[in-house]
Design a protein around this ligand. Structure first.
Ligand SMILES: N[C@@H](CCC(=O)N[C@@H](CS)C(=O)NCC(=O)O)C(=O)O
Length: 211
């Protein structure tokens, strides 16, 4: 397998954590994502992934899978142990709800292309883009905290083993902390993240800080 990725990418971090939990490896194919001239915006990479996003996983059969949730679920299917989804249909739905609340509602408003467009189309400066990101992270993580708290029964976001919900939660929480949020304002998230930070698969595959 080969993984188009970037070390600062929170969405890439999800896939790297899943690979590590499964004991799988993928050859890293770095794609730059910052700035107007980033490789993610060039036609060479767009012919690989028309969305111009990382991560994208090239399987051993030469099939490209885009979108981190699809990639993580693919890995869970081809390597079922340890399972990344909970045992009951309701808990699996809860895990996917948390993953999507992060990927589709919070993270989707934050990547470099969003900031570039806010600057180009609406003359937003760096402070305005930062305020935009803080707003959506603050509002979104408060909602995720409530979703987790509403049905939490174990040590992790859903149940007693780390899974898809934690894989999506962890990089977003690390990035929120780097933005200046004190995670203790979200007590369940803070406790879960503290536990995940002690697990090498999570700790070693957190998104790298932006330089
Ligand atoms: N929903 C996608 C999001 C992917 C995404 O936005 N990736 C970012 C890095 S974290 C990216 O490639 N950004 C390039 C850009 O914004 O130009 C997923 O979960 O894979």
């Amino acid at each position: 397998m080969k993984l188009y990725q970037n070390e600062i990418s929170s969405a890439t971090s999800r896939v790297r954590i899943a690979l590590a939990l499964k004991g799988l490896t993928a050859e890293a194919l770095p794609v730059s994502i910052l700035g107007e001239d980033a490789e993610s915006r060039q036609s060479a990479y767009r012919t690989v992934n028309p969305q111009g996003l990382v991560p994208a996983l090239l399987t051993d059969n030469g099939v490209l899978i885009t979108q981190s949730l699809a990639i993580v679920e693919y890995l869970d299917e081809v390597q079922p142990e340890p399972p990344l989804l909970p045992d009951t249909a309701e808990d699996r739905a809860q895990a996917r709800s948390i993953a999507l609340a992060i990927a589709a509602e919070i993270h989707a408003l934050l990547p470099p292309r969003i900031g570039l467009h806010l600057k180009a189309a609406f003359q937003a400066d760096a402070d305005a883009v930062a305020a935009w990101s803080r707003h959506w992270v603050g509002e979104g993580m408060a909602a995720v905290e409530a979703i987790i708290a509403g049905r939490r029964q174990g040590a992790f976001a859903v149940g007693d083993r780390p899974g898809i919900a934690d894989i999506f939660l962890f990089p977003q929480a690390i990035s929120a902390r780097r933005m200046g949020f004190d995670l203790s304002r979200w007590p369940n998230i803070a406790e879960i993240v503290g536990r995940l930070e002690a697990i090498p698969a999570f700790q070693e595959n957190a998104p790298a800080p932006r330089k």
